[in-house]
Design a binder for this molecule. Structure first.
Ligand SMILES: C[S@@+](CC[C@H](N)C(=O)[O-])C[C@H]1O[C@@H](n2cnc3c(N)ncnc32)[C@H](O)[C@@H]1O
Length: 232
């Protein structure tokens, strides 16, 4: 907190320190920063409480709802594969959207059953797991990936791990998507982002990046939306 005050003080509010009413202005600045932080935490709390109230397994469920509302990715009757599905929030939202369609989720972790959704436990970066899912699902209309690495706290490491998982999600999507199918993938921003984005652009006619409102301000994650898969 004090670092950010100092930083802002030196850059944007540098002159304030020399003003006669310095104390008053610094208090104002402190107030603004604390209010912003309070609002961020309140928002975080808002989605957490809403998820509890509405019976979703994760606050992340609202990210997929917001993505789907904006880009109309998942439709009734679709076959959807959810990568990194635990604890199941996205699968719940996907199941609501497909109605009598089919949702299949995969995660390293065990997932409590969700009505109408099939889950498998496994590592998506492993060939046998990909083959197993492909043999069950055959072809999908939509692949959604909220895969996240364990966070080390070192930005470059977490970014590289996230790109690795996003690469696995893209190569899985290439195998299983029907022509004109859709893809949603989470990735942490960083210097490898641009190359990855270009790869998605090569495979889909329509590609956008989006940060849903339910994403924490402090997060470096962004979602890439790909529509109209060109096929291999
Ligand atoms: C942010 S959580 C997903 C939350 C989920 N979308 C929801 O709404 O409930 C990310 C998940 O990715 C999973 N994951 C990470 N690496 C994986 C891998 N190699 N294969 C399968 N799942 C993986 C983690 O176990 C974790 O449950």
């Amino acid at each position: 907190m004090f670092n950010s005050i100092l930083l802002m003080g030196n850059n944007v509010f540098g002159k304030i320190c020399f003003a006669p009413n310095k104390l008053y202005k610094n208090r104002n600045l402190l107030h603004v920063l604390m209010t912003e932080r309070w609002q961020r935490e309140r928002k975080r709390e808002h989605y957490y409480r809403q998820a509890k109230k509405e019976g979703y397994r994760s606050r992340a469920a609202y990210k997929l709802k917001q993505i789907n509302k904006k880009y109309n990715i998942i439709k009734k009757g679709d076959v959807v594969v959810d990568l990194g599905a635990a604890p199941g929030g996205w699968s719940q939202v996907a199941k609501e959207a497909v109605d009598d369609g089919f949702v299949f989720g995969v995660d390293l972790e065990e997932i409590e059953p969700v009505e109408g959704v099939e889950f498998v436990r496994g590592d998506l970066t492993k060939k046998d797991v990909v083959e197993n899912i492909s043999s069950i699902v055959k072809k999908a209309d939509v692949v959604i990936s909220d895969l996240s690495p364990n966070i080390s706290g070192t930005y470059s490491v977490d970014h590289a791990r996230s790109v690795y998982l996003s690469e696995a999600a893209l190569s899985f999507a290439e195998k299983i998507l029907k022509r004109n199918g859709s893809f949603v993938v989470k990735i942490f921003e960083g210097d490898l982002f641009k190359d990855y984005f270009e790869k998605v652009k090569n495979r889909f006619d329509y590609v956008k990046t989006y940060r849903p409102g339910a994403t924490r301000k402090s997060s470096s994650e962004v979602y890439i939306i790909g529509k109209r898969f060109k096929g291999l």
